[in-house]
Design a protein. Structure first.
Lengths: 269, 219
């Protein structure tokens, strides 16, 4: 009798294991999961102006946040934003911590091996920023000299680009753009390579300290990212973007974040 | 589901080793610097001169209470403006000052653990305060402080992972950069944890050896 009970337990465990293995092999689309939970969890990395930042009350605001809210509205679900370091976003998506990431992320081949991108929602590029007292530098290559230091934000496209193009100058990794720009202002670095919108915002806020050089070093497209090969979700997001981009709602969002500076009053400074 | 792919480790082994080398040199240099700072501050804390003891207490309380991350940013961005330390030496100085505060407390505890009668007896037999400290109190205190000192130095190695905030390419920053390019966070961080463990375990073995040596000399 005891043996029989033991055998039953064994069979039971085997069935559960087999079932969970089959379940893992055929993971349902995140889209279904979101609809079932009636909630979408969006990962982002505040500090990337004007795409995502936090206001005085600690709420997420910015162009990407409007986009995320529009996604949730179209899905008719609640929305939760979760804050990560930029370099921690893709791992968070891979482990299922978040359903989607919206963080001004550049669409790149190496990233697309780890996560999948729907169509881009914004076009921009990398530019150089120098201290205001440097009136000579006209193009990024002017700074490519021994002893020069280029500050970057660790893990960003600007960081990878700078390490590629600067052969003589040293590239310094800082955790975020604010630290990299502090290094520039304090004279610890001679230039920063970073996304154009971010540099434009920074220059508006620190006119006396820095100067942006807006000839694009590279151009690129920003995309949301979802779990690798989640085709149902990608398909839905593409349809959503076709409708959203250029809609009155989106134009208003662009106007608010890129063409005016009123929102800066809302921001924690 | 997250499926692990460990090939990222052997492919980037030279990078990891470079990170270990830098983490070890930074930790070792700041350890060597924090010892005299800590011993000096610890001796000052038990000084009979009230002003000296107070100043030393200020140093300990302040640097023990300030987060290391903030300290590193201060030294690099603010102090660096006048001293031009650069990120490498800012990191070492920051770690040494920070760790020195903890070493000072360990040293104080060690000295105070030696019974008062020892000092009184040494002074009564004609030694000066300095002589008594050097020949009677400190040799006894050293044996008592070795175990807590070992813990402090192990913490120092792990604390050094914060120096990436001022762009020192230590083992942690190499890990962050690898995660940013390969997206294999679980694999990279697990391996880095192993490397830190090897370093701290090695150090703890070395100190255990020292402990045995001091005990043998005493007997």
């Amino acid at each position: 009798m005891k043996k029989f009970a033991l055998l039953c337990l064994f069979l039971f465990l085997a069935v559960i294991l087999a079932a969970s293995a089959a379940f893992a092999a055929d993971t349902p689309s995140t889209l279904d999961k979101i609809l079932a939970a009636k909630k979408i969890v969006i990962g982002t990395a505040p500090g990337y102006l004007p795409f995502e930042m936090k206001d005085k009350k600690g709420n997420f605001i910015g162009y990407d946040i409007d986009l995320g809210n529009a996604v949730a509205k179209a899905l008719k679900v609640d929305v939760e934003f979760k804050q990560f370091e930029f370099s921690g976003l893709i791992p968070a998506l891979q482990t299922g911590e978040i359903d989607i990431l919206i963080a001004g992320m550049t669409i790149r081949g190496d990233r697309a091996l780890a996560v999948s991108f729907p169509n881009p929602y914004y076009s921009t590029g990398q530019v150089l920023m120098v201290p205001a007292k440097d009136t000579e530098t006209k193009i990024w290559s002017d700074l490519d000299k021994k002893g020069n230091k280029i500050a970057v934000s660790q893990g960003t496209t600007g960081a990878l680009l700078a390490k590629q193009i600067y052969k003589e100058a040293t590239v310094l990794d800082f955790p975020t753009f604010p630290e990299a720009s502090a290094a520039l202002v304090q004279g610890e670095a001679d230039g920063i390579v970073y996304d154009e919108p971010g540099i434009r915002m920074y220059e508006i806020m620190h006119k006396e300290g820095v100067r942006g050089i807006y000839d694009l070093i590279s151009s690129e497209n920003l995309g949301m990212a979802v779990r690798l090969n989640d085709f149902a979700f990608i398909q839905w997001l593409n349809s959503f973007l076709f409708h959203y981009l250029g809609s009155p709602q989106e134009l208003e969002s662009q106007e608010k974040w890129f063409n005016s500076t009123e929102w800066m009053q809302e921001m924690a400074q | 589901m997250y499926t692990a792919n460990w090939s990222v480790i052997p492919q980037n082994l030279p990078l990891f080793l470079e990170g270990v080398r830098l983490t070890l040199t930074i930790s070792a240099l700041s350890l060597v610097l924090s010892l005299p700072i800590g011993i000096f501050a610890g001796l000052c804390r038990v000084s009979r001169n009230r002003v000296i003891a107070f100043l030393s207490a200020c140093y300990v309380e302040f640097f023990r209470g300030v987060p290391l991350l903030v300290l590193l940013i201060w030294i690099f961005f603010v102090l660096g403006r006048f001293l031009r330390l650069g990120s490498y030496w800012s990191a070492i100085v920051g770690l040494a000052i920070f760790s020195g505060a903890f070493v000072a407390e360990v040293v104080r505890a060690g000295i105070q653990a030696v019974p008062k009668g020892q000092m009184e007896a040494a002074r009564a037999s004609g030694m000066t305060y300095i002589q008594a400290m050097k020949l009677v109190i400190l040799p006894q205190a050293i044996r008592k402080v070795l175990p807590p000192l070992a813990s402090q130095f192990i913490i120092l190695i792990k604390d050094s992972s914060l120096v990436s905030v001022i762009s020192v390419v230590d083992l942690t920053l190499i890990g962050k950069n690898l995660v940013a390019t390969t997206f294999r966070s679980l694999e990279v961080w697990s391996f880095i944890a192993l490397l830190y463990f090897v370093m701290t375990f090695g150090l703890s073995k070395i100190i255990a050896l020292l402990e045995r040596k001091f005990r043998a000399e005493w007997q």
